[in-house]
Design a binder for this molecule. Structure first.
Ligand SMILES: [Zn+2]
Length: 651
């Protein structure tokens, strides 16, 4: 029978619009859903918004709105963003849904009947921001909130309590029986330590504000109207209310295999309170809780007052949702904090996506078109390349293991070994030489090997970058599906013979940042004359001082252009052969076609960086870089005042 699986993001509090952290968690859920679907599972993915509580009541007042109208206006922003990002959620729950409210009231009664809820009076240090009471030992300096650092207030009120202390031993036993419940593992140790230090009963109702779910009417209680549910009981139950908990429970079967993603700041609520609530309700417990870290920006904490909060929508609009997904999952080791910087994003796009993946596909398309009219056949791959195939299968196995233990970053690292393998066999076996030496069979097998590497890698890339993976699959004439995953990944089968489809380059190179650096830098660097705003070349703002030793690492030489022509299918690139007095002229691919015609450059002496690592552009090797300067009116090559001998060093 098909395994049913339930994946949840936290439900997001509507006191703030979506930021990069929200996007990260929700993308992780989408990633895991896609991975599990390829495994053949039937997956439901829940996200949503948490809309009750004092803070919302206060924010709504400030905006001169009812709490409901205010919650509606923010909730829709989350929903729209996930739609724009094409995140494949199945359920968008809102804690103001009437079905949810009824489930919470029924759960409250069940806990009462169980003897887990009693009435008492609570006095304690309360943080309005976090809507939590804290014990003396938990408070920070000057009685501040241990979670957000804001001052707490002494609050006393009549309250119903959940007998959390009753569950201390059961919780410890549960974590003992399930040592891999929480990932990463060090987080589970923290949770167990927290429980071992003793649990206080939990105040689960409030009388000090009104925006929440009222207690159910019950003749045995005369004060039901006075109390509303404490926000965490309400919020946590939103994971099961949309599955029909205590309503029509058709979907509750998914709950048997539940996986939660949370930020590290709300792990305790999930790993302690939520598990205890579920024990009290006699419901199955989640299989895993995955707790991720926080994002910083260029090494600094993001905050609204600094103005360095990353808006995920802006990033996706500038760089594409696929690149954003890739970056978020590749950059942050799961569970630790990660840093967002445009520089790192651009580097990863150009090197890892453009060079390693996009270029490999281009080379395959180019060579197979040239030598075999785009036909690819896998029949001799095993005969010629058994070792490489074996290595490929090992990489695939290692990659999958990383997802089982929720290490997306390591998953991607392992997967990239497959792309390296693909690029490596081209360098090693030089298909053009195989053709020249009449080894057509082996050349065909080599292209077959590369096609299979790309096909299998694209299936594993799909959870990370679904659209790019589907484009690669289209070029290779197959479809990404649980069936193709079963044959190509699980059964280690090879592609049938096929005709490749040509597609445009997957990851065009990005040469300069596509977004203003940050709100703050933007303001600080704003010139007095607003007309020059946004013109990056106007002010010669020299930063990043280097010393002469750094400069001496760069080997610049004068050299004569002895051949020059356009690069086929490229409007930007020229191919030049430059003589710098070496045995062979250097081939240099340069993005100057919009500024120079090939004839204009012939016999010109130019300056090149001679010790730049060779790179491939449009499948052509470039063995250096021509120096030039550019402003809004055009581009000029750097030339010597009077020609010098070819190969002369520039210093
Ligand atoms: Zn707080």
């Amino acid at each position: 029978m098909q395994q049913k699986t339930f994946i949840t993001s936290p439900i997001y509090y509507v006191n703030d619009i979506p930021h990069i952290g929200h996007a990260y968690t929700t993308i992780l859920c989408d990633m895991l859903k896609r991975f599990r679907i390829l495994q053949g599972e039937d997956v439901l993915f829940l996200t949503g918004t948490d809309e009750h509580g004092q803070k919302i009541e206060q924010s709504a007042q400030k905006h001169n709105q009812t709490p409901q109208a205010y919650a509606d206006s923010v909730s829709v922003k989350f929903k729209e963003l996930w739609n724009e990002f094409q995140l494949d959620y199945d359920i968008f729950v809102r804690t103001t849904d009437s079905k949810h409210c009824q489930s919470v009231q029924k759960a409250f009664e069940i806990m009462c009947e169980k003897g887990d809820i009693y009435k008492g009076s609570y006095e304690g240090n309360y943080c309005i921001s976090c809507e939590s009471f804290f014990t003396q030992s938990q408070l920070g300096e000057n009685l501040s909130c241990p979670d957000c650092g804001k001052p707490t207030q002494i609050v006393q009120e009549e309250s119903y309590f959940f007998a959390l202390s009753k569950y201390q031993d059961k919780l410890l036993e549960f974590y003992k029986q399930n040592p891999n419940m929480i990932a990463p593992a060090f987080r589970q140790n923290e949770v167990v330590k927290f429980i071992s230090e003793g649990l206080n009963d939990l105040s689960i109702t409030r009388t000090s504000f009104e925006w929440g779910i009222p207690l159910p009417e019950n003749p045995k209680r005369n004060d039901s109207k006075k109390h509303i549910m404490y926000v965490w009981l309400d919020a946590l139950l939103s994971y099961i209310s949309p599955l029909g908990y205590m309503q029509d429970s058709a979907k509750m079967a998914y709950w048997e295999n539940a996986l939660h993603f949370v930020g590290k700041d709300i792990l305790r609520f999930h790993a302690v309170y939520w598990i205890a609530f579920l024990m009290s309700l006699d419901l199955p417990l989640p299989k895993h809780i995955y707790a991720h870290g926080w994002w910083t920006k260029d090494g600094a904490k993001m905050s609204k007052s600094i103005g360095n909060v990353i808006n995920p929508q802006e990033v996706a609009q500038a760089y594409g949702i696929e690149s954003l997904r890739y970056f978020l999952m590749r950059e942050m080791p799961f569970g630790q904090d990660g840093d967002f910087s445009q520089k790192a994003l651009i580097e990863r796009i150009n090197a890892e996506l453009g060079n390693d993946v996009g270029n490999l596909l281009n080379r395959l398309l180019g060579m197979s078109e040239k030598y075999f009219s785009l036909k690819v056949d896998s029949k001799d791959v095993k005969k010629f390349f058994a070792t490489e195939l074996n290595e490929l299968e090992n990489i695939i196995d290692r990659t999958q293991e990383k997802m089982q233990t929720m290490q997306p970053q390591r998953y991607i690292e392992e997967l990239w070994a497959a792309f390296s393998l693909g690029n490596g066999v081209i360098t090693k076996y030089e298909p053009w030489n195989l053709i020249k030496n009449a080894q057509q069979d082996k050349a065909m097998a080599l292209l077959g090997l590369i096609a299979n590497i790309l096909a299998k890698a694209s299936l594993l890339l799909y959870p990370i970058m679904p659209q790019s993976a589907e484009k690669i699959a289209y070029a290779l004439s197959f479809t990404i599906s649980p069936d193709s995953f079963a044959t190509l990944i699980k059964q280690h089968a090879l592609l049938d013979s096929l005709i490749l489809q040509k597609i445009p380059p997957l990851f065009p190179r990005i040469d300069s940042p596509l977004m203003p650096e940050s709100t703050q830098e933007h303001i600080e660097s704003k010139p007095l004359d607003s007309k020059t705003q946004g013109n990056q070349t106007k002010s010669a703002n020299i930063a990043n001082l280097i010393d002469i030793k750094d400069f001496s690492k760069i080997d610049i030489r004068a050299g004569k252009v002895i051949e020059c022509c356009a690069v086929e299918k490229s409007q930007k690139l020229l191919k030049l052969m430059v003589d710098i007095n070496e045995p062979k002229p250097r081939q240099i691919i340069s993005g100057i076609a919009q500024y120079y015609k090939p004839d204009e450059l012939l016999n010109k002496q130019v300056c090149i960086i001679a010790n730049l690592k060779p790179a491939k552009l449009m499948g052509l090797l470039s063995e250096g870089m021509i120096l030039a300067s550019k402003d809004e009116n055009g581009l000029s090559l750097l030339c010597l005042d009077t020609p010098r001998e070819n190969g002369s060093k520039i210093s």
